[in-house]
Design a protein around this ligand. Structure first.
Ligand SMILES: [Zn+2]
Length: 291
């Protein structure tokens, strides 16, 4: 029975974060890696993003896929592009959920020189290998991974000529991190944002004992993300940014496939609307609960 419950919990957890809740088979389905803009490369699976940001002095890898298998897929993609695993210097993570952090332990084991940087608020979840905060899906465990450097809002990460900035956008997880950087594409300067997810994804918005400020955190993050000037949005799930369609356009020769200065505000608007609906639903279902 326990095993049945555990597999049920896994199944529910796997379904919850995706927009297409009926099919997560594309999370470990290989897709040919490609250059997106500037020095940013897509090295994820068909459904889950991983981004390689290269420099002459080493590379940064954002997100690790859902599992050891997902981590291995990312490694093969990096090598397929002609880059060396040993040149990956820093691993970063949008947030400590199994679908983006489950492969980090494998990546760290295979690339001993790479250091893992994480927001201080997500650090305990990564090091324990589970979700932190009350959630309908439970702990959704994943392989725990040691964090080498914890950081706060505004942390800069510089490797060679590449510079990234961390913006804390908590809510989806307590340490959800949105990363930004500037690139130049054919002489054109572009601001790139890797947004952390803003979806509710089973989080308890009412009476959450392990993430008490969760509602205020979401609201702060909606405002903070809207204020980031952005030409290119690179999210952590395919369906959060129509990544496959944009990739097709790019491969057909459209150099602007990923460029849309209005996309981030629409991204935030959609999540804020659904957040408000879900908050109202949870409040109605928990009358009298402390908010
Ligand atoms: Zn998530």
């Amino acid at each position: 029975m326990k095993r049945v419950l555990i597999s049920l919990a896994f199944a529910l957890a796997a379904l919850a974060p995706a927009a297409h809740a009926d099919d997560n088979s594309n999370w470990v389905k290989p897709i040919k890696p490609y250059r997106v803009v500037g020095n940013i490369y897509y090295v994820g699976s068909e459904g889950l993003s991983a981004w390689l940001i290269t420099s002459s002095e080493g590379h940064v890898l954002l997100d690790g896929g859902p599992s050891a298998e997902g981590g291995k897929l990312i490694e093969r993609s990096i090598q397929q592009l002609g880059f060396q695993l040993a040149d990956v210097k820093v691993l970063i993570n949008t947030h400590a959920h199994f679908d983006h952090a489950g492969g980090l332990a494998q990546l760290k084991a295979d690339i001993p020189t790479a250091k893992l940087w994480a927001s201080r608020a997500d650090e305990p979840a990564l090091e324990k290998g589970q979700h932190f905060g009350d959630n309908d899906n439970g702990l959704t465990p994943f392989p725990a991974v040691k964090v080498d450097k914890g950081f706060g809002d505004g942390q800069k990460l510089k490797v060679g000529e590449t510079a990234l900035v961390a913006h804390l956008t908590p809510g989806h997880t307590i340490g959800c991190t949105t990363w930004t950087m500037a690139v130049t594409e054919k002489g054109r300067p572009l601001n790139v944002t890797f947004p952390c997810s803003l979806s509710v994804a089973g989080n308890h918005l009412v009476g959450n004992k392990t993430h008490r400020n969760i509602v205020a955190d979401y609201r702060m993050s909606f405002a903070a993300m809207r204020a980031i000037p952005t030409d290119v949005v690179l999210p952590s799930h395919e369906e959060q940014g129509d990544l496959l369609a944009k990739r097709q356009k790019l491969l057909r020769g459209d150099p602007n496939a990923f460029i849309d200065p209005t996309e981030l505000s629409r991204f935030v608007d959609g999540y804020e609307t659904r957040f408000n609906q879900e908050l109202a639903r949870q409040q109605a279902a928990n009358p009298g609960a402390k908010r």
